[in-house]
Design a protein around this ligand. Structure first.
Ligand SMILES: Cc1ncc(COP(=O)(O)O)c(C=O)c1O
Length: 391
């Protein structure tokens, strides 16, 4: 197909999103068992919704806030970063963003010049690859070690550094694998960044969803990394606030005004109604977060048990966090073409999953399954898969 001459090279190069394509196809299947969205299926807790309604009723949301966000929200975020992430943050070092995604985009824009290389451990959230491409940077995809539960390959990461490398961008707990990068690996990643004077951009969207007693580690907590890290967070997952589009980032005081130069043309400010909702979320009772974590851990266990019964069709690493897992497809044809395999599962078994190829080339031969769903959905999906694979 010839290229539409109106469109920039940057955008034209970006492929269709397999995630959105699978969602579109899934809508055409009646009574589908839907395991393809990384989106909490529970609704936002009532006290947060109420705070949004109250802010609207009281006429507090009709204007812009400061570009960096409401001062009282930044104050509350600074307290949370100190308490939960070990990041000693001043409110002036925080920008409230339109989800983690806008924060990461603004950080990439602020740090990456055309042709600069950004290292991404893969498989990873495909949007990160696109964010680098949109900044005319060059994504350098470094495979993680699947045989060790998709752990970082630090030697490969070190070898991937060139004079053009500007940054490392990773998410932990990871989408799509659910891997929680251990603290010692992130400390080594920090050493590599310091040796080569690289920036590190983190996506910590799933920070509260870690299982089996693991602890989430923020690389931004390392004092020697202060000038090197942009840490990006979100309310989306923690409080099931997907549609509110609200997140935040932390960076050192000198970098913040530069990131702000990218944030303003993208957003001016984050939606003010959502900022009030976020303020209620972060200062309110946190038992909803514990409840989500407990549910996801239970659903992780259930999905693993159900996958064990399909051991001739899939091999998997048990995810330590997030609400996603990334089984390998054992069927040779599926291993070659995960998109075709997922389409087949959708039309023939009425189970919707996401093809692994959407998460970078090493993701081919896998599928992503979400366990942020009710228990019945997992049973429905796996009953169908067992019937389909004849086990
Ligand atoms: C790793 C990761 N980062 C960011 C996002 C999106 O976050 P937000 O809604 O805060 O922009 C997602 C959504 O699925 C995700 O999986």
């Amino acid at each position: 197909m010839s290229r539409d001459g109106r469109v920039s090279d940057r955008v034209a190069r970006i492929g269709k999103s397999a995630i959105h394509e699978m969602t579109r196809l899934s809508r055409q299947v009646e009574d589908v068992a839907f395991l393809s969205w990384a989106k909490p299926t529970s609704d936002t807790p009532e006290f947060i919704r109420e705070a949004a309604v109250r802010a609207i009723r009281e006429g507090r949301v009709g204007g812009y806030s400061a570009p960096a966000g409401l001062p009282e929200l930044r104050q509350a975020i600074a307290a949370k970063l100190g308490r939960d992430n070990g990041i000693a943050a001043d409110p002036s070092e925080i920008i409230v963003t339109v989800g983690a995604i806008e924060g990461i985009s603004a950080a990439v824009m602020a740090l990456v010049d055309p042709g600069d290389e950004v290292i991404l451990p893969v498989p990873t959230y495909s949007t990160h690859i696109r964010q680098v491409e949109l900044a005319s940077g060059r994504p350098v995809l470094v495979p993680t070690m699947e045989e060790e539960g998709f752990r970082l390959d630090l030697e490969a990461l070190r070898r991937a550094v060139t004079p053009r490398t500007k940054a490392i961008l990773y998410c932990s707990p990871a989408n799509p694998t659910g891997t929680v990068f251990p603290e010692e690996d992130l400390r080594e990643l920090a050493r590599i960044a310091l040796e080569h004077d690289l920036a590190v951009i983190t996506d910590e969207a799933y920070e509260y969803f870690v299982f089996d007693g693991r602890k989430h580690f923020s690389i931004g907590s390392l004092p020697e990394m202060r000038r090197h890290v942009v840490s990006c967070f979100t309310f989306t997952k923690t409080y099931a606030m997907t549609g509110y589009r609200i997140g935040y980032l932390h960076a050192d005081a000198e970098l913040i005004p530069q990131i702000s130069k990218a944030h303003i043309p993208f957003a001016i400010c984050a939606p003010v109604v959502s900022q009030y909702a976020a303020l209620a979320a972060i200062t309110g009772p946190q038992d909803c977060v514990d409840g989500y974590r407990a549910h996801y851990e239970k659903m992780r266990n259930l999905m693993c048990e159900r996958l064990d019964r399909l051991s001739s069709s899939f091999a998997y690493s048990r995810p330590g966090g997030s609400y996603l897992m990334f089984p390998r497809i054992l069927d040779p044809e599926g291993a070659r073409d995960s998109f075709a395999f997922c389409r087949k599962l959708l039309t023939e078994a009425k189970v919707s999953s996401t093809p692994g190829v959407a998460f970078g080339p090493p993701g081919e031969g896998h599928l992503r399954l979400s366990f942020c769903v009710p228990e019945e959905t997992i049973h429905k999906a796996f009953d169908r898969l067992e019937a389909y694979f004849g086990t």
